[in-house]
Design a protein around this ligand. Structure first.
Ligand code: KG4
Ligand code: ZN
Length: 335
């Protein structure tokens, strides 16, 4: 058995986990600094970095103890760490900590792409899933549709040309005066609203797999200015339906055009109820299984980084200690 300590600090969550190569999660600890960012309506990079610095040691220690390991000399085989993409100051703290642990314990370490981490999240809960798998990876920083031919073999079919889906949710929520992060708030309100109350454009109707959410956000602002008395739940339901429709239409295109044996969701927006319902509907229509990770696996965590890290370690070997953080590391460059 190969055992990894994994560290994730690409955004506002400080996370550590212990995972083995059979994809069993021995521990997974997450400390969020989100409360510090709420007043600013979004993650403040400087605050996130400072919080990681305070939290990283205790979080790693807890992950090791909860996995039944000696926190001073743990019997692990490799330290896996997110080295990009993400906030540079936050990434550097996790990466520096991982190198320090690896040096102190005389273990190898491996840099992991955060997006590849999200793609491994469904596998942690469903080791039985079948390939090729199409995954809608939707978070606060990224929106893409990926065809996975096997673990670590991904083909990026399309991605957002402007805002990420979660970013659009957060911006619309802010416009509506809702707290950050706005995705869960809009999702909750949408349940009691009527979709279609607000007339919104259907974006990106072409045959490609790219998304666009910036125009939709602007359309919500314009439309609510014209209909100021429309209940906020109706605005939320209309926006939510428009986002889901765009994502789900592209997903249908993939099922029409490619050989697909399953559909997965990943990233923070994978918690969205309309998206989860829609994916289940498409899976039923095409007779393939859907893999919807639990909510704690959708959002940022270190267990998924451990799973991706073990794959990379076995496939490509350890990273050099001169590895730098890559704030804009594209998934397409991970091979
Ligand atoms: O993956 P994640 O935790 O962090 C990033 O790597 O970005 O995703 C966070 C994003 C936020 O934009 C948040 O508003 C969104 O996921 N989100 C949701 C829901 N829950 C979280 N968006 C829509 N519906 C939800 N239920
Ligand atoms: Zn993420």
């Amino acid at each position: 058995m190969t055992l990894a300590l994994a560290i994730e600090t690409s955004c506002d969550d400080t996370a550590a986990a212990v995972v083995d190569d059979a994809l069993h999660v021995h521990s997974s600890v997450i400390e969020s600094s989100i409360d510090q960012h709420k007043a600013f309506g979004g993650v403040v990079p400087e605050l996130a970095g400072r919080a990681h610095l305070v939290t990283i040691g205790p979080v790693v220690r807890r992950a090791l103890i909860e996995a039944g390991l000696d926190p001073h000399a743990p019997a692990i085989d490799v330290v896996a760490v997110t080295s990009g993409p993400g906030l540079i100051g936050s990434l550097l703290i996790g990466l520096s900590a991982a190198k320090a642990y690896a040096l102190a314990w005389g273990k190898p370490f491996v840099g992991v792409n955060h997006l590849e981490g999200h793609l491994f999240a469904p596998l942690l809960e469903r080791p039985d899933l079948e390939w090729p798998l199409v995954t809608l990876l939707v978070s606060g920083g990224h929106s893409m549709i990926v065809l996975q031919h096997g673990p670590g073999h991904h083909e990026v079919l399309g991605e957002t040309i402007d805002d990420a889906a979660g970013e659009a949710y957060d911006k619309v929520a802010r416009w509506l005066g809702l707290p950050y992060p706005g995705g869960p708030e809009i999702d909750r309100l949408a349940a009691s609203g009527t979709a279609g109350s607000l007339k919104l454009p259907i974006s990106m109707t072409g045959p490609d797999y790219d998304f666009s959410f910036s125009g939709l956000k602007t359309a919500v602002v314009r439309a609510t200015e014209k209909q100021p008395d429309l209940p906020i739940a109706d605005v939320a339901a209309s926006f939510q339906a428009a986002v889901a429709e765009q994502l789900l239409r592209k997903l249908r295109h993939v099922l029409e055009a490619r050989d697909v044996k399953g559909i997965a969701l990943a990233g923070g927006v994978a918690a969205n109820s309309a998206l989860r319902r829609g994916v289940e509907g498409i899976a039923a229509d095409y007779g393939v299984p859907s893999y919807l990770p639990s909510l704690s696996m959708c959002t940022d965590n270190a267990a998924m980084i451990g799973a991706a890290g073990l794959h990379r370690y076995v496939a490509n070997g350890p990273s050099g200690f001169d590895l730098s953080a890559r704030p804009n590391w594209p998934l397409a460059e991970v091979v």
